[in-house]
Design a protein around this ligand. Structure first.
Ligand code: COA
Length: 182
């Protein structure tokens, strides 16, 4: 079995304290703790989201590209999952992304996104698409998908459909309905 990929670091909390953390590839033993983080971060609306429809419609989860953040006790405090989808070209779908409320505002959310981008690029991906706040994802390089370029399975504010090109020209052929990978 391949050893989990680990990245260590310390995130300076805006309050001034410091929180040690480790990033690791998602493993089956993280599953229960991840559900707890997702429930605590998203609250009751969690399963009503359009991104859940994307995942239900055959998106293929890629645990090897998904990352968790662990605290110094080895507990999961954040997660960023990656799925394979298709929209005229093979793409990765990022989400859910969640950081436990006790660990938010310390830079972990964006750091998890960057870890996943690195993994997706190393895997030879063309691009990553997601549904989220442009203000949050912009520093990682995401931009709003041009109007009518990609159709999602459910109601969504077009200003929240974002993508990132992983290599030059990677998104040139990306268009149409977002579906399961062919
Ligand atoms: C979004 C989330 C993952 C961010 O985690 P985090 O570790 O607090 O993020 P970071 O510390 O890297 O970044 C914090 C910044 O993101 C901003 N931010 C957080 N959520 C945001 C949102 N929904 N829209 C816009 N900005 C947001 C914060 O205001 C903060 O900005 P500031 O630095 O200008 O104050 C976390 O708030 C969370 O789990 N939220 C609930 C689940 C969720 O909404 N997930 C995202 C779905 S796309």
């Amino acid at each position: 079995m391949t050893p989990a990929r680990l990245t260590q670091g310390a995130t300076a909390l805006k309050r001034g304290a410091s929180m040690a953390h480790t990033f690791a590839t998602e493993k089956p033993e993280h599953a229960v703790a991840i559900e707890r983080v997702l429930d605590r971060a998203f609250g009751p609306g969690r399963h009503a989201k359009t991104s859940e429809r994307v995942r239900e419609r055959g998106a293929v989860w890629e645990p090897a590209l998904s990352r968790v953040a662990l605290n110094d006790a080895g507990e999961v405090i954040g997660v960023c999952r990656i799925y394979r989808v298709e929209a005229g070209a093979p793409l990765f779908f990022l989400g859910p992304l969640a950081v436990d409320p006790t660990a938010q505002q310390a830079g972990l959310g964006l750091a998890l996104v960057r870890e996943c981008i690195t993994a997706c690029r190393a895997a030879g991906g063309l691009g990553i698409i997601l549904i989220g706040a442009e203000r949050f994802f912009r520093p990682a390089g995401f931009t709003i998908v041009p109007k009518d370029r990609v159709a999602l399975p459910g109601p969504v504010d077009g200003a929240r459909v974002l993508w990132l090109e992983l290599r030059p020209g990677g998104l040139d052929k990306a268009q149409g309905a977002l579906t399961a990978p062919h």
